[in-house]
Design a protein around this ligand. Structure first.
Ligand code: PLP
Length: 354
């Protein structure tokens, strides 16, 4: 295996990108000398404090290895096994976590809601909760929102507040899957507190990996009571890192000088550039509004094959012809231009074919 040859930058996923310099530098610093294990170290303390400063509140912070663990353990801590979780039908917790939320909560049922552009709306939440209120159906307990959504859209502060108010009215807790929370904050230039606890979010799974760290997402409990014994839950699930400082240090690197927001803004900007290049091409259809760091478009099958033949990687998991183009902290204008040039050429060949 040739381990020295790097593949070129791609549009498949933001987790295809490497580690950003700020996270890398912090890791190197954390690697000097010894530190105590299991989170009893200065990096974990500093990273947690920076998260509290960022959100301007005294939240409880835990670092776990990845987003699936963050989401499923956070949801499990909000639920009993006889409860249910409401989420969008294409939510990551439903479609991409292999049943981990149900597993870690010992069988909590996930109830699916439809909603335009990947977003939930309060009336749909209310309808689902009121549909069954008898003892024979699992009791709705949590609503889970993904910010930014799986189709690259973003909930506004107003929309989140409306969901938070509906949840309060119905006695539900609110969980936010923030694998791309940074991109959402960058998209609306909203304050992180406005997008979370001030809108009624009880717990946020704050993603770092897709925004430039190597591993390690943060579970942020704004409602501290819900964090009760969460440390035991993490340990039991194999999510208590022995060398915790290497999960925490990248967060220090990302948060101390605003790199987290710079990288997310950059990724969003590259997606906007890609969107402006794609939107007027004939033969393709943009599928969702471009709000965060992705563009979704429907392309002819032959063009998809042609792009793949030219070495481009991207996902086509949203039905026939539906492609996802995801930008990262390190996507360059040249990457976007090269890709758009290949796409333009392939579309014109495809049109001129008899
Ligand atoms: C990537 C992602 C996650 C986390 O996935 P892991 O692979 O477990 O880190 C969670 N939610 C969404 C919406 C994601 O895109």
């Amino acid at each position: 295996m040739k381990t020295t040859v790097a593949i070129r930058r791609q549009f498949a996923s933001d987790n295809n990108a490497g580690i950003c310099p700020e996270a890398w530098d912090a890791l190197a610093k954390a690697n000097r000398g010894h530190a105590r294990g299991y989170g009893d170290d200065v990096w974990t303390e500093r990273a947690s404090d920076l998260i509290r400063e960022l959100f301007e509140t005294d939240c409880e912070v835990f670092f776990v290895f990845n987003g699936t663990a963050a989401n499923s353990l956070a949801l499990a801590s909000l639920c009993q096994s006889y409860h249910s979780i409401l989420c969008h039908e294409i939510a990551h917790v439903e479609t991409d976590e292999c049943g981990a939320p149900e597993f870690f909560s010992n069988g909590t049922k996930v109830l699916l809601l439809a909603g335009q552009n990947g977003r939930l709306d309060p009336p749909a939440i209310e309808r689902m909760v009121k549909r069954r209120t008898d003892i024979h159906f699992p009791k709705p307990r949590v609503v889970s929102v993904t910010q930014a959504t799986e189709v690259g859209t973003v909930y506004s502060v107003k929309e989140l507040k409306a969901i938070g108010e509906m949840a309060e009215k119905l006695g539900l807790k609110v969980h936010m899957d923030g694998a791309r929370f940074a991109n959402a904050v960058a998209a609306f230039k909203a304050h992180p507190s406005e997008m979370t606890w001030k809108a009624g979010i009880d717990v946020l799974c704050f993603g770092g990996t897709k925004n430039g760290t190597h591993v390690g997402d943060a579970v942020v409990f704004f409602n501290r009571e819900l964090a009760y014994e969460f440390d035991y839950r993490c340990k039991q699930a194999g999510q208590l890192a022995s060398k915790m400082r290497f999960l925490a240090a990248p967060w220090v690197g990302m948060l101390q000088n605003g790199a987290w927001l710079r990288h997310a803004s950059h990724a969003n900007k590259m997606a906007e550039l890609l969107f402006t290049k794609l939107k007027n091409l004939s033969g393709i259809k943009i599928l969702f509004p471009r709000e965060a760091n992705a563009v979704f478009a429907e392309l002819p099958e032959k063009v998809i094959t042609g792009l793949r033949d030219r070495g481009w990687m991207f996902y086509t998991f949203i039905g026939r012809g539906g492609c996802r183009f995801m930008c990262s902290w390190d996507t360059t204008e040249k990457d976007v231009k090269d890709f758009a040039a290949d796409l333009t050429a392939l579309l014109s060949t495809n049109r001129n074919r008899p």
